[in-house]
Design a protein around this ligand. Structure first.
Ligand code: 5GP
Ligand code: ZN
Length: 113
């Protein structure tokens, strides 16, 4: 997808600190971390956001959660963590490529909205 920041990261056109990669998924450190551990997990196939998931493209979400659980173990988040996906303008989505924030390493603020 042209002009998509995360597609450019997947293509290697913009550098990132990768923490996991396979054929379908990339995980990399957020450039502006909100917690000691702040990783973004994204599908390599461009999907705009969680509002654009359907029966044809949603299997990767299950795989992303599996990767998140694996990374949480590797990153020593045994005391807990949070997975967040923002959707659209009201949801605070600033990059319109589906991504899941994996946050942890401290007691996270419980405010959801
Ligand atoms: P959103 O606000 O869309 O839920 O999350 C987008 C996230 O992407 C933000 O947490 C932001 O810090 C992160 N981000 C924006 N640009 C870059 C970048 O160039 N590299 C990395 N690693 N993260 C980025
Ligand atoms: Zn994209």
């Amino acid at each position: 997808m042209e002009n998509c920041l995360f597609c450019k990261i997947i293509a290697g056109e913009i550098p990132s600190t990768k923490v996991y990669e396979d054929d379908e998924i990339l995980a990399f450190k957020d450039i502006n971390p909100m917690a000691p551990v702040h990783v973004l997990i994204i599908p390599k196939n461009h999907i705009d956001g969680a509002d654009m998931l359907n029966a044809e493209n949603s299997a990767v979400v299950s795989k992303i959660f599996t990767v998140a659980a694996q990374l949480a173990g590797e990153l020593k988040l045994e005391n807990g963590f949070r997975i967040v996906t923002n959707v659209g303008e009201d949801g605070g989505q600033t990059v319109r490529h589906l991504h899941f924030h994996l946050l942890g390493g401290k007691k996270l603020n419980t405010a959801l909205a």
